[in-house]
Design a protein around this ligand. Structure first.
Ligand SMILES: [Zn+2]
Length: 223
């Protein structure tokens, strides 16, 4: 993943096939305009010089918070939806990217296959919530709410509405993208889960086994 600013490449406009020269962002760092653009849905959005239409260039990206040792790799959905292959690819990148670091210096790493999951994980990381517990909470919500159906709905953390006492989750219809429900989960219960699942290294290791390595998503828990 090269440095921003020197990544010129030619793309064909998806509407009119006109070739344009663009400068996509591959590495997103904390407190940058790139990060704001990602959250707003504008990152790597380009405008065709011929037909003037905007389009989103869906390329793999890496979010890096070096200070807090956290990395999220986005394996753009266009490439491959296969988690196993994406995990293998992720492993190669990770090994190369952090070859100079000792095991203990290496950052925590996550794999995401959708932009919305990348954004959700960045927000959780910024707010200090553990994404493993959040995915487990989603599992509980799916499990205990008869109106929720994980095969047709996505649950996403609502970072705009959540506060110090309540975590808010929104259930989206996967087909229409519309919000169907809003669900609350008390932060107090989150803290309980934290104690129960991450209270010791032994517990944490057991808890980690619920997920597929770098891929920490509720769908693994539903299987
Ligand atoms: Zn065009």
């Amino acid at each position: 993943m090269g440095n921003n600013g020197n990544n010129s490449q030619r793309l064909n406009c998806p509407s009119c096939s006109n070739e344009i020269l663009v400068n996509p962002v591959f590495t997103i760092r904390e407190n940058t305009d790139d990060l704001h653009a990602l959250i707003k849905g504008n990152l790597n959005k380009f405008s065709c010089t011929a037909c003037k239409k905007d389009f989103l260039y869906d390329t793999p990206m890496v979010y890096r918070d070096d200070e807090n040792h956290y990395v999220i790799y986005y394996h753009s959905s266009g490439i491959n939806e296969n988690v196993t292959e994406a995990l293998g690819f992720m492993d190669e990148i990770y090994t190369e990217m952090f070859a100079d670091l000792s095991e203990s210096q290496k950052p925590v790493c996550r794999l995401t296959l959708r932009r919305k999951d990348l954004i959700e994980k960045i927000k959780l990381h910024q707010k200090g919530y553990d994404d493993r517990l959040v995915e487990y909470i989603k599992y509980q919500l799916f499990h205990h709410s008869k109106d929720l159906d994980s095969t047709h709905m996505d649950l996403l953390f609502d970072f705009g509405s959540s506060d110090d006492e309540t975590l808010i989750f929104l259930a989206f219809d996967q087909t229409s993208g519309n919000i169907i429900y809003s669900l609350e989960f008390p932060v107090k219960e989150y803290s309980e889960l934290r104690k129960n699942f991450l209270g010791s290294l032994k517990l944490e290791n057991e808890f980690n086994k619920l997920f597929r390595g770098y891929y920490v998503q509720v769908d693994t828990l539903m299987e």
